[in-house]
Design a binder for this molecule. Structure first.
Ligand code: NI
Length: 169
């Protein structure tokens, strides 16, 4: 089922999400709604708080990892994801977000990370990635702690963006 996506500056986007203690039908239905919503809008990932459910669930498009333009999209739901930095050297990617419409910016993050999580049946999942894909893992996990990619921008860039948002409202 398609769900409305919260848009910045909705204060709920800054809320911290709770650990999932039991992976049940409710969580699987949540992941399905997130997938439907992500596919309808298009994007590399989505986090549950973006549809107003404050549980630690994200969906990532793993076809980004394959770097094969002909690879079918393969979306993976990840429960209670934890990111570990494998290479702290900073690397910038051009990021956007379903909750931050009509805006993209270069964001510097650790270059290579690992992500450990559970799938929708409680099996452990281990992913490693860098570049765009590594940035996506960090971007989606950030949402669960109430952080948006614009929170990583310089004070000046962020102020300019906030001014633009205020004007548009
Ligand atoms: Ni996002």
């Amino acid at each position: 089922m398609l769900r409305p996506v919260l848009q910045y500056p909705d204060p709920r986007l800054a809320q911290k999400s709770a650990e999932v203690t039991e992976i049940n039908d409710e969580i699987r239905a949540l992941a399905q709604d997130m997938l439907d919503t992500l596919k309808a809008i298009g994007g590399v990932g989505i986090a549950a708080p973006q549809i107003g459910i404050f549980k630690r669930v994200i969906i990532l498009d793993l076809s980004q990892e394959l770097k094969d333009p002909d690879a079918p999209q393969e979306f993976k739901a990840l429960v209670n994801p934890r990111v570990t930095v494998l290479d702290p050297a900073l690397h910038a990617e051009n990021e956007g977000c379903l909750s931050v419409p009509d805006y993209r910016a270069m964001v510097k993050r650790p270059r290579r990370v690992a992500l450990d999580a559970l799938d929708l049946y409680g099996n452990p999942v281990h992913l490693e990635g860098e570049g765009y894909y590594g940035a996506a893992m960090q971007h989606e996990t950030d949402h669960l702690d109430g952080r948006l990619f614009i929170d990583h921008l310089s004070y000046l860039k962020r102020s300019l963006y906030d001014k633009k948002v205020r004007k548009a409202r």
